[in-house]
Design a protein around this ligand. Structure first.
Ligand code: SAM
Length: 232
């Protein structure tokens, strides 16, 4: 199965931005908010100065991060997602603390060693060059800073795999279609998980890029992985 190009991913997220949060809540049974909070706590266990949320989407992680950092920079290459994020950030009262920027994660407009922590939630899987994205995040992190990657993965074990297949490949695309009237973007979701790295492969890649103390935890019958690594 082939990955689709950057422009198609951008168009796809532009087309689903309005229904994105609804779909996530329904698809995760309301657990997505908890996973994001957990990811943020791992990225910044104590108060830090500058946080980066890459592929921020509608800004959910950025707002959680803003609660425990001085400043947050949140980037996404979808203009529609950034617009939704602007609304959400303002509603939550964090517009003074969060800078939203339309930018590609593969080419971040920041100097090296700018951030004290970085998060990327449900975003890494969508990059056409996962290694390039991780290298870019590594570059902009300061030393002794953490990266946290939250994403969907394929579970291990026959029963879990079967449950995952029925839910992700047979049910969720129809839920997305029903909610948005659009079919193609929600067929992309299971395909993107299919071509994504396993948790162990991602661990290996993070270590090869230079992250230390890489570990991960699994949630939701092993279909959600939260990876943590430190730039030393
Ligand atoms: C599934 S959403 C995740 C949004 C959010 N982080 C969350 O927790 O819900 C993936 C986001 O990644 C963004 N994205 C994908 N590839 C990107 C890239 N190369 N640069 C910047 N953003 C990208 C999409 O526009 C989309 O908003």
């Amino acid at each position: 199965m082939q990955k689709i190009g950057s422009k198609s991913v951008q168009d796809l997220f532009n087309s689903i931005a309005k229904r994105y949060d609804w779909f996530n809540s329904i698809a995760s049974g309301g657990m997505d908010a908890k996973w994001r909070r957990e990811a943020v706590k791992l990225a910044a266990p104590s108060f830090v100065e500058n946080g980066l949320d890459a592929a921020t989407g509608t800004g959910r992680i950025a707002v959680e991060l803003a609660k425990i950092t001085k400043n947050v920079t949140a980037v996404d290459f979808s203009s529609a997602m950034i617009q939704s994020a602007e609304k959400y950030v303002e509603q939550q009262g964090f517009d003074q603390k969060i800078s939203l920027l339309q930018s590609d994660v593969l080419n971040l407009p920041f100097r090296s060693e700018s951030f004290n922590c970085a998060t990327i939630g449900f975003g890494l899987r969508n990059l056409p060059d996962i290694q390039g994205g991780l290298q870019e995040l590594f570059r902009v992190l300061r030393y002794d800073s953490r990266i946290v990657i939250l994403d969907i993965v394929k579970p291990k074990g026959i029963i879990k795999k079967l449950m995952y297949k029925i839910f992700f490949q047979q049910i969720l695309p129809y839920v997305g279609w029903f909610l948005s009237g659009k079919r193609q973007p929600y067929q992309y979701l299971p395909n993107s998980v299919e071509t994504y790295l396993s948790p162990d492969e991602l661990t290996y890649l993070m270590e090869s890029i230079g992250f230390h103390e890489v570990s991960y935890s699994l949630k939701a019958i092993g279909s959600i992985a939260i990876h943590v690594g430190v730039k030393k």
